[in-house]
Design a protein around this ligand. Structure first.
Ligand SMILES: Nc1ncnc2c1ncn2[C@@H]1O[C@H](COP(=O)(O)OP(=O)(O)OP(=O)(O)O)[C@@H](O)[C@H]1O
Ligand SMILES: [Mg+2]
Length: 399
């Protein structure tokens, strides 16, 4: 086996990847280019094919079709019958379960890949201590791995995966067994190690916040396919469709119809034309075209006065009745009925002084406004299929 290069970066090219289990596709025709040194997260619900994609990259699964390249090297090609075994792919993997050998010390676990690679004892020890230093466990090298806490054991697993300085690091929900606070600090550490070691990383998670916090680019998957690829900010602010918007935590997804089209934007009627929002840009079609819009609860402006006072930038205004309100300390969540559909709004605690004593109570009429810049158009929603979870979401959202 080749000696570790240290700090090499390889990109990844996935072309037409298909992996089926018993005739059912777990990954369907996946194409993705990952740049050298990039940190990419695969985000999606349970069963969408995240782990399968990762295992195909690692060589733990043989795909049915497509091609995989790590750097310049093709590690799998169905057409050319190429399959490079896992230990020859120069990848490191960290799983949800730490997978440490209980009968070995911390140093023994971390050094195991070096032993397999027949690295000399002194050199191996040096490299083990160096990587343990980087995960903050250099002083624990001679303790039994099982005597460490969960978070420490996961850091040992990290060190073991990285000790060979692999060109590509693969992570499969490595933090999901840890408590919330530890997850946060480990998350930071993983990103710092990625930057320090100059590896390329593919990280699987179903946690939206984790995916956003870690990644240069997020890949949202659904049912074996990619829904959208983009920077964390692109995905958070401009989801391309209802699935991504829902997954990115947009509380309001409403179907509507294009009505007025003007030079600088257009208007979409919602809830049987009892409400309308202004959208910037070009409409997906002429007046009458069905589409959907998404906006966050925190971006809905609520006013107790009807009609509301004019607020700059908030051009879409409509009224509804308060269905429920929940005080959460930092804010009040308000569920408002507009023509039989529900809009979720959120009023910050610091804004509550704008309201009279009863102005947000259940049954009261309120005015809602959404800044044009915050309305995300979701074209092509004519199937109505994606609109279904929307009202469920709103209904479930009183808490
Ligand atoms: N070894 C296997 N045999 C049969 N079916 C499998 C196997 N591995 C995965 N699948 C199926 O492939 C699909 C994708 O599974 P995968 O483990 O990749 O999902 P995932 O996105 O990682 O989900 P999770 O978030 O729950 O880990 C699922 O429907 C799963 O049941
Ligand atoms: Mg999985």
């Amino acid at each position: 086996m080749a000696a570790s290069g240290g700090g090499r970066m390889s990109g990844v090219t996935i072309t037409g990847l298909i992996k089926e289990f018993g005739g059912v596709a777990a990954v369907e025709q996946l194409d993705l280019d990952i740049a050298p040194g990039e940190f990419v997260t695969l985000l999606g619900p349970s069963g969408c094919g995240k782990t399968t994609t990762l295992r195909c990259l690692a060589g733990l699964e043989a795909p049915d079709r497509g091609e995989l390249a790590i750097g310049e090297r093709v590690v799998f090609s169905a057409a050319r019958a190429t399959f490079v075994p896992p230990d020859k792919r120069d990848v490191g993997m960290v799983f949800q379960s730490y997978g440490l050998w209980p009968h070995m010390t911390v140093g023994g676990n971390v050094g195991y890949p070096l032993k397999l690679a027949k690295v000399g004892k002194a050199e191996a020890r040096r490299r083990v201590l160096e990587i343990l230093e980087q995960v903050g466990l250099a002083d624990r090298a001679d303790e039994m791995a099982t005597s460490l806490s969960g978070g420490q054991q996961q850091r040992v697993a990290l060190a073991r995966a990285m000790v060979n300085r692999p060109a590509l690091m693969l992570y499969d929900e490595p933090l999901s067994n840890l408590d919330a606070k530890l997850r946060l600090s480990m998350r930071t550490q993983i990103r710092e190690l990625h930057d320090a070691l100059g590896s390329t990383s593919v990280y699987v998670t179903h946690d939206q916040e984790e995916a956003i916090a870690l990644a240069d680019r997020v890949v949202v998957m659904n049912a074996g396919r990619i829904e959208q690829v983009g920077s964390p900010r692109e995905l958070y602010t401009r989801p391309a469709n209802a699935f991504v918007a829902d997954f990115m935590g947009f509380q309001n997804l409403l179907s509507g119809t294009v009505v007025d089209v003007a030079a600088d934007g257009y208007v979409v009627d919602l809830a049987g034309a009892t409400a309308a929002v202004r959208v910037a840009g070009r409409p997906p079609g002429p007046a009458g075209t069905p589409m959907a819009v998404a906006f966050r609860a925190s971006h809905v402006r609520v006013d107790g006065q009807v009609p509301p006072p004019a607020v700059e930038g908030v051009s879409s205004s409509f009224t509804g009745r308060v269905r429920s309100r929940t005080y959460l300390g930092s804010c009040v969540r308000v569920l408002v009925d507009i023509g039989g559909e529900l809009v979720r709004a959120q009023v910050d605690e610091s804004e509550l002084d704008r309201f009279g004593p009863d102005e947000l109570s259940v049954g009261r009429e309120v005015a809602l406004g959404v800044p044009t810049a915050r309305v995300v158009p979701l074209p092509g929603e004519s199937s109505g299929q994606e609109a279904a979870p929307v009202s469920d979401l709103a209904r479930a959202g009183s808490g």
